[in-house]
Design a protein. Structure first.
Length: 351
């Protein structure tokens, strides 16, 4: 526990000292590129995964959940949104070191590629800077660029005692947009507590020290912390396990626009998830996730669902959801992820 407190304290000091070196401002919605998460299981359950996370993808949902992995794992996920315009990819590896601690590395990239850059392709009629009034382009001078967001998670988790696990993420961020880019560093902390054999409780604070992003333009942005608390309860029934899960997500950004409950500077969103797992062979999942607005401009929660299948040493998970926060965007996303367990132990997970 002492080492954990020391690590978080040093992280906070480094981040805040960097932030004071230049003028900064709170970037409302500035951390949305980190909000998707990874892993078909958690996404299919509406993101209600703070207490339920128990595999390599816990690095995002709750870093403490990595202590529930049994053997080294490799994780991958791919998703395309808005008709293939935006791609999202994740890759990670987790390595448990006995019963004491687990280390993991996770990397995500979301981006739009092959964007035409026509700034230097307009035809100069006389060579003196007079551009074609019909905006004709010289195809040989059209180039392309990508707008991409990268996040690397370095995760350390350990068991404080038989029932309590703790974890921390060091996040390294890079954002590229045309000729400009931003670099950043942030920290997440998490805890999972096994109250009974069936009840698991969890809490995590993302961007706990307020994440700094420094742009090459000289602009600095801060991403406010997000607190998530949750519970998951395993019920033995129907020849398998039914796992209902509930999370409460609290953000200090005053999101009166995209939140279920707004309490001044604090916005609250509930997330619901349900999983039925049959003998660790296959699973069916559903959930309620983010807020969107319907045709009548009323707030609704996005419905998610998915399924999973367990092959020898391989878990395949699928999640369906919509990307829109507005009803006029009807594009759905199909998220496919896999987990490769490098050495198998045959048992049925209770969570």
């Amino acid at each position: 526990m002492r080492k954990f407190k020391l690590f978080v304290t040093l992280a906070a000091m480094l981040t805040l000292s960097a932030a004071t070196q230049a003028q900064t401002e709170i970037a409302k919605y500035g951390g949305e590129f980190m909000a998707t998460g990874f892993g078909g299981r958690g996404l299919a359950m509406g993101g209600a995964h703070v207490a339920a996370a128990d595999d390599i993808t816990a690095a995002y949902w709750n870093p403490a959940g990595l202590m529930r992995t049994t053997y080294p794992e490799i994780g991958l996920m791919h998703e395309q949104r808005f008709g293939g315009l935006l791609s999202y990819n994740y890759g990670g590896v987790a390595w448990p070191f006995g019963e004491k601690y687990t280390l993991a590395l996770s990397i995500t990239r979301s981006g739009v590629d092959d964007i035409p850059d026509t700034r230097n392709a307009l035809i100069d009629l006389d060579g003196n800077g007079q551009l074609d009034p019909n905006d004709r382009l010289d195809p040989s001078k059209v180039t392309s660029f990508s707008a991409a967001d990268w996040v690397a998670y370095l995760t350390y988790a350990y068991n404080a005692n038989e029932r309590l696990a703790l974890g921390v993420n060091l996040k390294l961020l890079r954002r590229d947009l045309l000729d400009e880019n931003a670099m950043g560093v942030g920290f997440d902390i998490g805890a999972q507590y096994r109250a009974t054999d069936a009840l698991m409780l969890g809490a995590t604070v993302q961007d706990v020290t307020t994440t700094l992003m420094a742009w090459s333009t000289g602009r600095n942005e801060l991403v406010s912390p997000t607190l998530r608390v949750g519970a998951a309860y395993a019920i033995k029934a129907l020849g398998g396990t039914i796992l209902p899960a509930l999370d409460l997500e609290m953000m200090a950004e005053g999101r009166e626009f995209a939140s279920t409950v707004n309490l001044g500077p604090v916005s609250v969103n509930p997330r619901f998830g349900l999983e039925y797992r049959f003998k660790d062979i296959f699973a069916l999942r559903g959930g309620l996730s983010d807020i969107f607005f319907d045709d009548k401009h009323e707030k609704k929660q996005l419905l998610t669902f998915g399924a999973g299948i367990h092959l020898p040493k391989l878990y395949l998970d699928y999640a369906f959801g919509q990307n829109d926060l507005f009803s006029e965007f009807k594009d759905a996303s199909h998220r496919i992820s896999l987990r490769l367990v490098l050495e198998e132990k045959h048992f049925s997970r209770t969570q």
